[in-house]
Design a protein around this ligand. Structure first.
Ligand code: BES
Ligand code: MN
Ligand code: ZN
Length: 493
């Protein structure tokens, strides 16, 4: 799908749909009024004949309207009455795209507001809505495929709109990169392949370093390596650097991602039902790679580090056993009671490495860490755990602004009892009560005073069904928008 910015007097042709806005009470926007007049009141009649109220996300499809060349007119609801917020336009553009994407029209003309910022946000919404992971489909029937090939966005000054779209296009590219990683099956996207794909981002000006098992063994990363030891695939640690601040020696910020390319559970093997979902157990690492892509893509004025712990958790003759004791890079020992609580073992070494080597201003880790976070929060929030109120507030605000909501949960010291081991410094599970919290407390043992936040994204990395028109069912790319916004609002310049 292509995006083009066009003059406001552009007419939708015979193979196109025209999208215009309506407010509460089905009140028509100026562009919608023009379409209504041109069609001798077809929009008003369609509204009168149904239940369209102009509520946010509603669409009304008017086919073959008399008086216009367009094949269809789509009315999109945005609530409110007058001025339309950029976010509402983003959603409206996405809803319009969803409404007509397989209708047969090859073009969608969006007339949702003509100023450059509004047009740019419309383009962003349409681009995200059009995401589709179809590279492995070879026999899909033509009539099932999306028909829309170009989205034209009407703007008072198309050149200015294109310019305003640039940073959003960079963000969309990053989200798509992240969604593709999450969508890839695990026979394709094993740790070395994941690392190779991050290496390709060097073309954006990032620096990418890759450590293999021998190097990690030298560093003493027994916790991470234990998880990967049952896999024929080699574990990898990827370090991505974006040095965009004016002062290249300024203290960096750091993001750390859980990248379990497939999580069978290991010897504590998972049930067969739904195990295929565990291909997206690398969603945290995909988010970190995605945000680094976004920062480099828009040349953010910040020094940022992304660290990805990439492993495959498999049962095998050489796999880690329940009861094994491993020594982490921090020197702390861990009794592995359940090999399916592997994400925290990966992050333990990745977090320690990040703070020791980079002494960052803060560390934020993202991980599809616990099923329990889904039980706690459902699919509309990721869990936030932190040792720092200021960082938490900034994250909560960024989440609100980008529709990637977070809910903060506590880290009560009293619950550390649950992860005490009789033979090692800790064990890797704390039983059923507060499962997401004891996972957070485990991670905190590998944070040495640095401001830190842990985002448990098991609830939000994959949406099926998705209620957001900018997020097609499947991989969300969760975290890229959130962290990009955090950096833009609080850590640049
Ligand atoms: N990757 C899973 C968590 C997960 C579950 C992500 C469902 C997405 C959807 C994680 O490695 C895991 O297996 N966690 C266990 C922890 C338990 C053994 C303490 C869990 O949540 O059951
Ligand atoms: Mn697991
Ligand atoms: Zn896992």
């Amino acid at each position: 799908m292509r995006i083009e910015f066009v003059p406001v007097d552009t007419q939708a042709g015979a193979t196109a749909a025209l999208a215009v806005l309506a407010h509460e009470g089905a009140a028509l926007s100026p562009e919608a009024r023009a379409a209504n007049e041109a069609t001798g009141g077809a929009l008003a009649r369609a509204i009168a004949g149904g239940r369209f109220t102009g509520a946010k996300g509603q669409t009304l499809d008017i086919v073959a309207p008399n008086g216009l060349e367009a094949a269809r007119v789509v009315l999109v609801g945005v609530d409110g009455s007058g001025a339309v917020e950029p976010e509402a336009v983003e959603l409206a553009a996405a809803s319009a795209f969803q409404a007509v994407k397989t209708s047969g029209v090859v073009e969608l003309v969006l007339k949702l507001g003509a100023d450059a910022e509004t047009a740019a946000r419309a383009a962003f919404g349409a681009r995200l809505a059009a995401y589709r992971f179809d590279k492995y489909r070879t026999t899909e029937k033509a009539e099932k495929k999306p028909s829309v090939q170009v989205v034209k966005i009407a703007a008072a000054d198309p050149v200015k709109a294109q310019k305003a779209y640039e940073p959003l296009a960079a963000l969309a590219d990053a989200i798509v990169f992240s969604r593709d990683l999450v969508s890839e099956p695990a026979n394709i996207l094993h740790p070395e392949e994941f690392a190779a794909r991050t290496k390709s981002l060097e073309s954006l000006g990032l620096e990418v370093e890759i450590l293999g098992e021998a190097e990690m063994a030298k560093l003493g990363m027994g916790s991470l390596l234990g998880v990967g030891q049952g896999s024929v695939r080699e574990s990898q640690l990827v370090i991505m650097k974006w040095m965009g601040a004016a002062d290249k020696s300024a203290q960096p910020i750091a993001f750390v991602g859980k990248g379990v390319c497939f999580d069978t559970g290991g010897i504590s093997i998972k049930p067969a039902d739904g195990m295929e979902d565990m291909k997206w157990d690398m969603g945290g690492a995909a988010a970190v790679a995605g945000v680094m892509h976004a920062l480099a893509g828009r040349k953010a004025k910040v020094n940022a580090i992304g660290v990805l712990g990439l492993v495959e958790n498999m049962p095998d003759g050489n796999a880690q056993r329940p009861g094994d004791v491993v020594t982490s890079m921090s020197g702390q020992t861990i009794e592995v009671i359940n090999t399916d609580a592997e994400g925290r073992l990966v992050l333990a070494d990745a977090l320690w490495y990040t703070q020791e080597r980079f002494k960052p201003q803060f560390m934020i880790d993202l991980a599809t860490l616990t099923g329990a976070i889904i039980i706690s929060l459902g699919h509309d929030y990721a869990g936030l755990f932190s040792n720092n109120d200021g960082l938490s507030e900034k994250l909560l605000a960024a989440g609100k602004a980008e529709r990637e909501s977070l809910w903060r949960l506590p880290l009560p010291a009293a619950y550390e009892k649950q992860i005490e081991s009789p033979i090692a410094d800790m064990k890797n599970i704390g039983g059923r009560p507060a499962g997401s919290i004891t996972a957070g407390l485990f991670l905190q043992k590998f944070v040495n005073g640095v401001p830190w936040a842990h985002l448990d994204i098991a609830s939000v990395a994959w949406k099926k069904p998705s209620a957001d028109p900018t997020v097609p069912d499947g991989a969300v790319g969760y975290g890229v928008r959130l962290l990009n916004r955090l950096v833009a609002d609080a850590y640049e310049g």
